[in-house]
Each structure stands twice: as C-alpha cells, then as structure tokens.
Write a protein that binds this ligand. Sequence first.
Ligand code: FE2
Ligand code: FE2
Length: 187
Amino acid sequence: MQTNSSTGVLGHIQMEHREIERMVSAVDTASGDARYDAFVRLVRKLAVHETAEEELIHPMLDAANADNLADRIREQEGAAKRALKDMDGMAINSPQFDTSFEKLRNDVKAHAEFEESVEHPRIAASENPDKLERLTSMFESAEKVAPTRPHPDAPDSRSGNLVLGPILAVADRVRDTLDDARRRTAG
Ligand SMILES: [Fe+2]
Ligand SMILES: [Fe+2]
C-alpha cells in the first residue's frame, strides 16, 4: 500500500480537524445555554484530540526529523491548553469570552493547518502504512473515554460561568486509556 499524508490515522485526524471546525462554527452561531453547551463540547473534543496526538502522533515526528518540529507543535498545544484554563470561570455572554474565543479559534485553525501541512507529510514519509492504519483504532479509543462529570448540565453551568476544570481533566483519563491499550498491544 502506498503511504500518503492521509493514510490511516493521519486521515482520521484530518477528519477530526474538520469536525473541530464545525464545532467552532456551532459556538459562533449559538447563544445562551446552547452556546455554553456547544463550547463545552468543543473543549472536551480539543482535550481528547490533543491528548491523543501528544501520546500517539508527535512521538513519530520526534523520530522522523531532527529540527524540533514536534516541540513547536507541543508549544502550540500548550498555549491552547493555557488559554482554555484562562477561560475557566468566564461568563459565556461576556465580551471577555468573545475576545478569548476569537483568539482560540484562530490558534486552533493555524495549529491544525501546521499539523496537516508539516507534521503529516513527514510522518507519512517515514512510517509504515500498516502502523498508521493500526493507530486509527487506538486514536478512536481515546474518544470513548467517558466524561468526568456525568451531568454536564449541573446547576453551576446554568449561571453562564464556565466550569472547565472537570472537562479538561478528561485528558488524564485519555492518557491512562492509551497507556493500557499500548501495554496490551506490546504484551
Ligand atoms: Fe494538535
Ligand atoms: Fe490536531
């Protein structure tokens, strides 16, 4: 099979990037409670997606080249994570939220473009296509991690002030799930 920059897990990630763009648009067009819920769904998606990339994808970029590209990508993801932490507690209908969301939207878009134009071709050039195929199901298993809080509409969300801590904490559970999956594969 021919490896290209959409093979296996790389194509899956590109599909998720399009999904994230749609989720960003959903926040844009919604208001009130619907805007809150759309933003919370976006934050969860970003937390799961970026953690799965950190665990499964960027190490392949480390192995593929020596010019610290993976570190640049990790810096972009670290900045997005800090931006989301800063948004914790903001009122969803405040100008402060609008300003932060505008910046987040641009950063998330630029980050996805960087991964697709720089990271994916490098990985495609250096990795075995079978491995890239196998990684797809592992990447998908990250998405199946249950939410930390079973009721995302708990009373404090109705005040309109964002409660992001429990949602961002999903990253730890994704990491654990992928560690287990890797151990099973290795064993
Ligand atoms: Fe990423
Ligand atoms: Fe990504």
